[in-house]
Design a protein. Structure first.
Length: 199
């Protein structure tokens, strides 16, 4: 089984999936596209799995990156793996999905069915989501709403509501943090991270 990782959010959300597969005796192998070139697999516990690097750096033109990943990933699909697992809506995920479709390799999509129903919000990710889901054999929807989107689109793959693996990563990290102390003075603090342009 091959897991495609190109960006930091993909690494965050695929780390618990890889760990769950390994715990069940299914050794994941990574395809690291290079979309985020400074991605440190050890930061997410993914360095313990075999990895092939494509060195397809992110592009200003995301569709060009999709084509680069599709071309480079094709060589890693022979011999054909049982399953190629992608996450989210990145150009890495779509490129690998297109390579898998050409190689007649089954695709599983983690975080399937998310929709804004506006092709410009976010662009190009909204289009990538639907393109991946249209080709996926297994669709792991994080919510019932996401599953409803997939059913409305009449996708051919099997839909499973699984929850969000990003929450699994969050819970793993919070378990390792020290407990907050109640005697600290000052206002409560909130940390927000945002990676989309429109945010």
């Amino acid at each position: 089984m091959r897991l495609v990782v190109g960006t930091r959010p993909e690494a965050i959300k695929l780390a618990p999936v890889a760990a769950a597969l390994a715990a069940r005796g299914l050794q994941p192998q990574l395809i690291v596209t290079g979309q985020h070139p400074c991605l440190n697999l050890a930061e997410f516990g993914l360095d313990q799995y075999p990895a092939e690097r494509l060195n397809c750096l992110g592009e200003a033109d995301p569709d060009k990156h999709v084509r680069a990943v599709a071309g480079a990933a094709a060589a890693l699909l022979s011999p054909r793996p049982d399953l190629l697992l992608v996450q989210g809506d990145t150009s890495s995920a779509l490129g690998a999905t297109l390579a898998a479709a050409r190689a007649n390799t089954a695709v599983a999509h983690v975080e399937a069915g998310l929709r804004t129903h506006d092709p410009a919000l976010p662009w190009p990710e909204e289009g990538y989501r639907t393109a991946i889901d249209a080709r996926a054999h297994l669709l792991f929807a994080p919510t019932e709403g996401a599953a409803a989107n997939l059913r409305a689109e009449a996708v051919s793959g099997a839909i499973h509501v699984t929850g969000n693996s990003g929450i699994d990563s969050l819970l793993r990290v919070t378990r390792s943090l020290p407990s907050p102390t109640l005697h600290e003075r000052g206002l409560p603090r909130l940390l927000v991270t945002a990676h989309r342009r429109e945010s």
